[in-house]
Design a protein around this ligand. Structure first.
Ligand SMILES: [Zn+2]
Ligand SMILES: [Zn+2]
Length: 113
């Protein structure tokens, strides 16, 4: 009887271990983002919430995925994962990238099997 409960307890421990891994992964990404903000340098590629942004020239992007306004300057950025196009200032307020969301979903599906 006690063996059975011990087994269930071990499985629960494994699940919390996986969640700890996911949380630390997200925290590390946030730390990376903060470190990049501290540097204050503008690079061609920037990662925000899992989005990988590259600067695009005018004409490729029609309107911003975040504020739905048209691009009136050359400060348009495009995510190579989810195809979102946003203003330079809208990058930080975009929700987490669809590609990262899919990864987390796959993780939780694994847990519920
Ligand atoms: Zn994206
Ligand atoms: Zn915008």
């Amino acid at each position: 009887h006690s063996f059975k409960w011990g087994k269930i307890f071990r499985i629960k421990l494994n699940i919390s271990k996986v969640w700890t891994m996911i949380i630390s992964f997200v925290q590390e990404k946030e730390r990376e983002k903060r470190d990049k903000d501290k540097e204050g340098k503008e690079k061609d590629k920037k990662t925000v919430n899992g989005h990988v942004f590259t600067s695009v020239s005018l004409g490729q992007a029609v309107q911003c995925s975040q504020c739905n306004k048209a691009f009136n300057s050359k400060e348009a950025f495009h995510c190579i994962h989810c195809n979102a196009s946003v203003h330079k200032g809208c990058r930080d307020s975009l929700p987490i990238c669809a590609k990262v969301k899919m990864k987390i979903k796959a993780f939780s599906q694994l847990l519920h099997q």
